[in-house]
Design a protein around this ligand. Structure first.
Ligand code: GAR
Length: 205
């Protein structure tokens, strides 16, 4: 409901919906958002936020001429500074390989406006410690036949927010965690920006 009201308001004033992307590493998902929304008038990337100054995602933001912000633990968890900045610069937050838990003040400031992607079929293989390659290692160790991606809202608990979208893929007997990670990345790049766009635009009509 809040989402709906917000989008009505932005459309009425003909403003762009601004996405902030949070990422900690390579940023290939962040790149897929940058490419997907390049030159678009109704949705755009206004800011890239990272907890890692050496992350490749920072270079990707600079290459695309997008502002970036490096956060430290103290500021992120013990102050409202990031909330203040985000409130000025973004309407929605997209987590794209962001490895820190989102603090409660930020979740409260952006209700139903923070979205995450998880590289498995939640609720399996979620929770603390389940991120990046650890997820694929666990899935392969369990000899699962399928994995996939989950796009979901972020709440106060790791990987437990309402699911928006899931897509499965098969796991082959010869798969390693690395080859599975590659297949999952392809799915993420193909579906994540479009799923977020659909979510935002569907709520306009
Ligand atoms: C992605 O596979 C994403 O699903 C995962 O980290 C990778 C980041 O890749 N996120 C999590 O594990 C969150 N729990 P990228 O930096 O190349 O986008």
């Amino acid at each position: 409901m809040l989402l709906k009201q917000y989008i009505f308001a932005t459309q009425r004033y003909n403003e762009m919906i601004r996405l902030a992307i949070f990422a900690s590493g390579e940023g290939t998902n962040a790149q897929s958002f940058i490419d997907h929304f390049k030159g678009r008038k109704e949705i755009g990337i206004s800011l890239v936020v990272s907890n890692n100054f050496a992350a490749k995602v920072i270079q990707r933001a600079m290459n695309a001429g997008i502002s970036h912000l490096i956060i430290d633990k103290q500021t992120f968890y013990k102050s409202d500074e990031i909330v203040t900045v985000l409130k000025q610069k973004a309407d929605f937050i997209v987590l794209a390989g962001f490895m820190w838990m989102v603090p409660e003040n930020l979740i409260k400031a952006f209700p139903n406006k923070i979205i995450n992607i998880h590289p498995a079929l939640l609720p399996k293989y979620g929770g603390k410690g389940m991120y990046g390659m650890h997820v694929h290692e666990a899935v392969i160790a369990d000899k699962e036949r399928k994995s996939g991606i989950t796009i979901h809202y972020v709440n106060e608990k790791y990987d437990e927010g309402k699911i928006i979208f899931q897509k499965e893929c098969n796991i082959h007997p010869s798969d390693s965690p690395a080859s599975l990670a590659e297949r999952i990345h392809e799915l993420e790049h193909r579906y994540y920006p479009g799923a977020v766009e659909k979510l935002l635009l569907e709520n306009i009509s």
